[in-house]
Every structure is written in structure tokens, then in C-alpha cells.
Design a protein around this ligand. Structure first.
Ligand code: HSE
Length: 434
């Protein structure tokens, strides 16, 4: 039986998950592919970090020992981060090896260089695991929905942030307690800033936009806002309003060729399907012209779910290698038709807004806030004041829900209200999707 050999660049959570699945499910994998797939070597930073040593896998610290090993057919890059992941992947492609990755940061930043290198050397660069962990969204866009125009994509695509918001909502625990739990469970990136500040979700929606519309965007123009400023009072008020707060990644083409693409906490009606996506689960909701609406749901992070997506790419390659077409099939897009596109500036995006001011509980505060909102042509849908203090120097949350307005109008109003000196803490603003 044909034997296909894998080398793992990285042996952390996802690397170990990949090795475990290939070992535990070797019977079904062989039955489905007609080949035997084995992990030969794994690259680690330091040998002492691997305890116990994996059975049957040689653990090494020198990347060239994998990349230059003529026995290794497929390199799996699960190191994370931009470098040295990019350099090692390029070296592997140049050495004629197929590369499979779970590294969304590297794909988002270096996709062109890496895919061009793969094309030049007649090999594949596959990245199913880079978006939404175990959910097969890349394959869905690349293959199953390839005949559709995609009209909109909205995703909960960071498991850590979703886990934190869910824990805060369901168990009334603090942001930091929930973050510590997510880290213990292996969901968070090595640097959790990427998860909680929305950067990880931005990498993923950037990749989805590339596949959906063949657009080359400037990643630095993508508006990214995280969840670290969300407090339990916002979660409580959202619930009172029949809403749920989620970190949403949104992408949609505009009629003028620009792309509306952004990541930010969003209040959505609790009856909306994405509101029911809890914990580490991810979901991608999309609307396609032929298919209509569709939602892809599953585990978006963790050892085995992400390993599952890595193994799926390895299996695709194994099948192609078995019949001699590896590197020759199902490109994610045609390079010749990729087009540069502008991102719609966030200030131009219109929606309703939830704005929480922290104000001194004194006469006239509400009138001043209403006046400035009206001066900026913002219509108020409702207002809520929480708590009532006998002490006129104490602070209370005062929340306004607006009708549709632009980010520019809201930010200008917040600045003007804060300049009045009636707020005692930074104002929190959350976009509301109806
Ligand atoms: N840290 C990522 C998340 C892992 O929480 O979703 C999967 O990309």
C-alpha cells in the first residue's frame, strides 16, 4: 500500500491533535483514501518541552531535518505567527513539498507569496484549518459554493472571544476569569491579545473575503475592535433589550466595488441564529445567490476540531498524490482575476448604536446628552438609566439606543458629550444589527 509521510512544523495543541487523529483513525482514513498516512517527524523549540515523547514520531529541533527529508511528502505548519512560519513554509514549497497550515495570520499576510510559490513548484498550499477551526468553510467556498455569488458573510470566528462572552453571560463571571479559563482549555492564541482584540477574527474574515470575492485588501485598513471594554453591565442591559453581544466578523461587497469588512462586538437580537452560538463554537452565516442563506456551525478551536481540518487537507493531498494530480487541482481562485479593492471606512457604516455613558446622577445630564445627539442629527430610539443614587456626585450608567446613524455621527457626539465634563468614565459604544 502507498505510504504518505507527514512532517509537523510545531507540536503544540494542533500538531498533537493532528498526530492523534492520524493515528487513532488510521483505519478509516486508509479505507477512504487507499493509502497509509504516517507522521514521521515533529519540530519543537526544545526537546525537553515534549513529555512524554510521542510514540513513533521523531522529535527534532532543526527545521531542515523535516524540510530536506526526501521521505517527507507533506509539511504541516502549525507553529502560528508570521515568522518563522512564512520562511519555513516557503522553504518547504521550494523543496517541492505540499504544505498544509492552520496559521491564519500567515495566510492572511502572505497568501500571495505562498500560493505563488506553491504554483511555481507544482505543489499545494492548503489552509482549511485557518478559518473557524473544524468547520469546513474553506472547502465550502472553494468547492461546494463555487458557482454562487456570495452576498454577505457574518461570522463568529474566534472561539476564545465567544467562550469569554458566553461565560460572562451565563455565569456572570468577570472578563479576566473567563479569559483564564479559555487559556487553560487551549483555545487562546499564545498571545491572547489577538483573540480578545479581534485580530484573529480579522485574519479569518480577510481570508474569507479573498475566497468569496477575489479581492486583495489592505489588512491594516480592516476595522478591528475587541471585547475587552465590554463589561457585565453591557451584557445585562443587552439581555434586557432582548439582545446578545457577540464578536462578529462581517464582510459584504458594495455596489461601488469596495468591501464592507469589519470585526467588532455587535448586539444582535437573541432570536437570531448567530445569537445561539455559544462557548468555543464558531458559526459562519452567509447568503449566496443560488443557495440562499446557509449557516456553518461547529467547534472553532481546540486540539481535535482544528486537527480534524488539518487532517482533511492532508487527506485531500493523499488522494491527489495517489492518482498523480497533487498540486494540479482546485485552486482557491484564479490569480489573473484577483483585484485590489478598498475597504469602506468604518465611519461611513450606518447602524443603530448602543451607547453607555457613565455620568453623574444630576439634573440636566439627560437633556445635555439629548441635545448633542440631536445637534448631530441622531434620532434616539430609547434611553435607560440604571440605578438611582441619593448622592448627586455618584456615577450611574445612562444608555441610549439610537436609530440608524453613521459611526462618524456617533463618535463626534461622544467626543462632544465627554468634553462637557459630565461623564466619569470612558463611554462604551456597541453597534446594533437589527
Ligand atoms: N485562538 C483561536 C480561537 C483558535 O480562539 O478561535 C482557532 O483559530
Amino acid at each position: 500500500m502507498k505510504r504518505i509521510t507527514v512532517g509537523l512544523l510545531g507540536f503544540g495543541t494542533v500538531g498533537q491533535g493532528t498526530a492523534d487523529i492520524l493515528r487513532q483513525n488510521c483505519d478509516v482514513i486508509t479505507q477512504r483514501t487507499g493509502v497509509e498516512i504516517v507522521v514521521k517527524k515533529a519540530l519543537v523549540k526544545c526537546l525537553s518541552e515534549v513529555n512524554p515523547l510521542p510514540v513513533g514520531i521523531e522529535v527534532v529541533t532543526d527545521p531542515s531535518s523535516l524540510i530536506d527529508d526526501p521521505d517527507i511528502d507533506i509539511i504541516v505548519e502549525v507553529m502560528g505567527g508570521y515568522e518563522p512560519a512564512r520562511t519555513y513554509s516557503l522553504l518547504a514549497l521550494q523543496a517541492g513539498k505540499h504544505v498544509v497550515t492552520a496559521n491564519k495570520a500567515c495566510v492572511a499576510k502572505h497568501y500571495r507569496e505562498l500560493l505563488e510559490a506553491a504554483q511555481l513548484h507544482g505543489v499545494d498550499y492548503l489552509f482549511e484549518a485557518s478559518v473557524a477551526g473544524g468547520i469546513p468553510i474553506i472547502k465550502a467556498l472553494k468547492e461546494s459554493l463555487a458557482g454562487n455569488r456570495i452576498e454577505t458573510v457574518q461570522g463568529i470566528i474566534n472561539g476564545t472571544a465567544n467562550y469569554i462572552l458566553t461565560q460572562m453571560t451565563q455565569n456572570s463571571i468577570s472578563f479576566y476569569e473567563a479569559l483564564a479559563q479559555a487559556q487553560q482549555l487551549g483555545y487562546a492564541e499564545a498571545d491572547p491579545t489577538f483573540d480578545i482584540e479581534g485580530i484573529d477574527a480579522a485574519h479569518k474574515i480577510f481570508i474569507l473575503a479573498l475566497l468569496c470575492w477575489g479581492v486583495e485588501l489592505n489588512f491594516d485598513d480592516l476595522y478591528t475592535e475587541g471585547i475587552s471594554s465590554i463589561s457585565p453591565v453591557d451584557i445585562e442591559l443587552a439581555q434586557e433589550l432582548g439582545n446578545t453581544i457577540k464578536l462578529l466578523a462581517i464582510a459584504e461587497p458594495e455596489a461601488d466595488g469596495r468591501i464592507d469588512i469589519r470585526v467588532h462586538p455587535t448586539m444582535i437580537p437573541s432570536t437570531y441564529p448567530l445569537a445561539a452560538v455559544d462557548g468555543v463554537f464558531n458559526a459562519v452565516y452567509l447568503e449566496a445567490d443560488a443557495l440562499g442563506p446557509a449557516m456553518f456551525y461547529g467547534r472553532g478551536a481546540g486540539k481535535m476540531p482544528t486537527g480534524s481540518a488539518v487532517v482533511a487537507d492532508i487527506i485531500d493531498l493523499a488522494r491527489d498524490m495517489a492518482c498523480g494530480v497533487a498540486g494540479k487541482r482546485i485552486a482557491p481562485f484564479s490569480f489573473a482575476t484577483l483585484r485590489p479593492a478598498q475597504i469602506v471606512p468604518i465611519d461611513e457604516i450606518h447602524s443603530s448604536f448602543y451607547v453607555r455613558f457613565t455620568v453623574k446622577d444630576t439634573v440636566g445630564v439627560m437633556r445635555e446628552i439629548s441635545r448633542i445627539l440631536a445637534d448631530n442629527d441622531i434620532s434616539v430610539a430609547s434611553a435607560i438609566q440604571k440605578g438611582r443614587s441619593n448622592d448627586s456626585t455618584a456615577s450611574v450608567p445612562f444608555v441610549v439606543i439610537t436609530h440608524e446613524a453613521s459611526g462618524l455621527q456617533i463618535n463626534k457626539s461622544i467626543r462632544e458629550i465627554e468634553n462637557l465634563g459630565i461623564t466619569t468614565a470612558p463611554t462604551v459604544m456597541i453597534r446594533v444589527e437589527e
